[in-house]
Design a binder for this molecule. Structure first.
Ligand SMILES: [Zn+2]
Length: 107
């Protein structure tokens, strides 16, 4: 039977999982999928949760406040509304704790 990914955190539209074949961490949100090494995942998490939404958000043409976040790929940026940003921060923190627990238990 094919191994399935380990779920580290799941909230509506958002899932953070550890790949079954390697240590990579996969984050998907609707149709966006990001793949991290364990190290780059930690860096992404600590960078993101330190961002101040109120300082960094801008008003988009539709009137919504969103924060734009650059990725390694200069053509690709993510943008979050405040509630989405909170959700992703909670999920990232939860996933980080799960990873630490897994490391303590299985290594
Ligand atoms: Zn893999």
């Amino acid at each position: 039977m094919e191994k399935t990914n380990t779920i580290l955190s799941r909230r509506k539209n958002l899932s953070i999982e550890r790949c079954s074949c390697c240590d990579n961490i996969i984050l998907y949100h609707k149709n966006l999928l990001l793949k991290f090494s364990p190290k780059s995942f930690q860096k992404f998490t600590s960078t993101l949760i330190d961002l101040d939404f109120n300082k960094r958000s801008i008003t988009f043409a539709d009137g919504t406040e969103r924060m734009v976040i650059n990725t390694q790929q200069k053509e690709v940026q993510m943008c979050f509304q405040k509630s989405e940003f909170k959700t992703i921060c909670y999920a990232l923190e939860e996933a980080s704790v799960m990873l630490e627990v897994n490391d303590i238990l299985y290594t």
